[in-house]
Design a protein around this ligand. Structure first.
Ligand code: SF4
Length: 497
């Protein structure tokens, strides 16, 4: 496609009928701005008994109402706040046990037709190096991720551009899945590719669905319409608030039922964002029968030649960020919560016990940076700067020391445990049993294939406790599990329940 035909391509992207069909005839959408503003205007702390009723509801893995969340937001009492933090940790443990799922981001292109004020990749940013990886380069990136680091799950990220449209996405995802690399004891490969991309039409999403993606993520960035319009210029594709707002409806209709949403914190009042996101969760539960598979919490980070990212009046403090994560854990008890390496090591440590289920590690968001062996971040190659540059071995050792087992499990979607099925299992606490088994198997694989001696020592100590727990708590599966575990010890790979 020539540069001159890009405006034409942009005009063809939005399908008005695939917005309107999901919204009421009244012309409203499902984000109730006036109701949220009303709830945020209420003053005074809720009674302790009311707070505890809401916590009991969350602990029963029930989605909270907007009013519930707004009341929890008004809690200032230190003792009640501590009860909320403890409940957040307890919910995570009930639904997901002591697992942390890990993954890496893989940026495949840095070309984008949009012009989002906060983003290093915006089209008007002349300081950015532009690149769309060839398939050989995609395979080289994958070899580094799967062969040197030992990752099994990726989130692939694309700018919105005709050079990285749906055909490119499908080809690149297939290229990732093709790669197999010999490791110390076995074979390394990526087994689950999640996608973070622009909203698409139903026809395109059906094409994407066929190539075997895991979760499909589209973040609204901000649910505040005025803030949205300020940072996403009119006339760009992303400038259409409702095309983005209905992205998950189209994904569901295209057969993609593991979907992730999120807010870019720092564009508007976080309290509004959290309540609006909760309204989005309710709408997904109504329309899809399930809420989001994951919620993400990116905070604005510096990016090269992007003053907006450092000057926003809505920057979220660390204390408020912790509050956001706790409130989100309570509000949607079954969804995975993702805290990425945008955050500093200290912040990630602080959030770990509060309900987080997924974190990336050894991340590099420069396009082509894994295969280049790029050690230092280079602003002109990346959308934003990361806060946690630590390697996977170090991070996994730290999690193990904190009693958390790193899971590389990718069994769920390969066994058909997706969408409503997995949500029902999570809500009932059943998925945790499969996940525990698969977490142990994949953790053992990774330790044998990639860990340093120091991490292996800590990891084996944790594994011994996990094996005891499985033997005691799941005696019916123990014989089959033990056999499978011994096959992993002997060097077989990719075995799962
Ligand atoms: S945030 Fe996404 S859509 Fe906006 S300029 Fe950056 S890459 Fe493009």
């Amino acid at each position: 496609m020539t540069t001159s035909s890009i405006p034409q391509w942009m005009k063809s992207r939005i399908v008005p009928d695939e917005i309107d069909r999901y919204l009421p005839a009244s012309g409203d959408d499902f984000i109730p701005d006036a109701e949220i503003v009303r709830l945020l205007a209420v003053e005074g702390e809720p009674p302790a008994a009311r707070v505890r009723d809401i916590l009991a509801k969350a602990l029963a893995v029930e989605t909270l109402t907007l009013e519930d969340v707004a009341e929890l937001m008004r809690v200032r009492d230190a003792g009640l706040w501590e009860e909320m933090r403890e409940a957040a940790g307890a919910i995570k443990h009930k639904v997901y046990d002591n697992r942390i799922v890990t993954f890496a981001p893989l940026y495949l292109s840095s070309r984008c037709v949009n012009d989002c004020a906060y983003c290093g990749l915006r089209r008007s940013n002349a300081a950015m190096e532009r690149r769309v990886l060839t398939m050989d380069e995609v395979r080289a990136e994958t070899e580094a991720l799967a062969g040197q680091l030992g990752h099994k799950r990726l989130i692939v990220v694309y700018g919105e551009h005709p050079e990285s449209g749906v055909d490119y996405m499908v080809e690149s995802i297939r290229s990732v899945y093709e790669v197999k690399v010999k490791t110390r004891r076995g074979v390394g490969q990526i087994r689950r590719v999640n996608v973070n991309a622009a909203p698409m039409s139903i026809a395109e999403l059906k094409i994407l669905h066929e190539c075997g993606l895991g979760t499909f993520q589209v973040f609204q960035e901000t649910y505040d319409r005025r803030a949205y319009a300020r940072v996403h210029p009119a006339g760009t594709i992303k400038g259409d608030f409702r095309w983005r707002l209905t992205a998950m409806h189209r994904a569901q209709d295209a057969g993609i039922d593991d979907n992730g949403i999120g807010v870019l914190y720092g564009l508007a009042d976080w309290r509004f964002e959290l309540l609006a996101q909760q309204a989005h969760v309710h709408e997904m539960e109504r329309f899809c029968g399930i809420g989001p598979h994951t919620l993400s919490f990116p905070r604005l980070e510096p990016a090269v030649n992007t003053p907006f990212a450092e000057n926003s009046q809505w920057q979220v403090s660390d204390d408020d960020f912790e509050r956001i994560v706790v409130l989100a854990r309570l509000a949607v008890p079954y969804s995975g919560l993702i805290i990425t390496a945008r955050e500093s090591p200290a912040m990630r440590r602080r959030l770990l016990p509060l309900g987080v289920t997924q974190m990336d590690a050894a991340s590099n968001v420069g396009v082509g940076a894994y295969a280049d062996g790029q050690q230092k971040q280079k602003g002109e190659r990346q959308q934003f700067m990361l806060g946690d540059p630590r390697g996977l071995d170090e991070v996994i050792r730290e999690w193990a020391q904190a009693g958390c087992i790193t899971s590389f499990c990718t069994a769920g979607y390969r066994c058909g445990r997706t969408g409503k099925c997995i949500m029902d299992l999570l809500r009932s606490g059943t998925e945790g049993k499969f996940c525990k088994l698969n977490a142990v198997l994949t953790f053992k694989e990774w330790l044998d294939d990639f860990a340093t001696a120091a991490t292996q020592a800590v990891g084996e100590g944790l594994l011994a406790k996990e094996l005891d727990a499985i033997r005691e708590q799941q005696p019916q599966v123990w014989p089959a599990f033990q056999t499978t575990y011994q096959r992993i010890v002997a060097g077989e790979r990719d075995l799962y329940f």
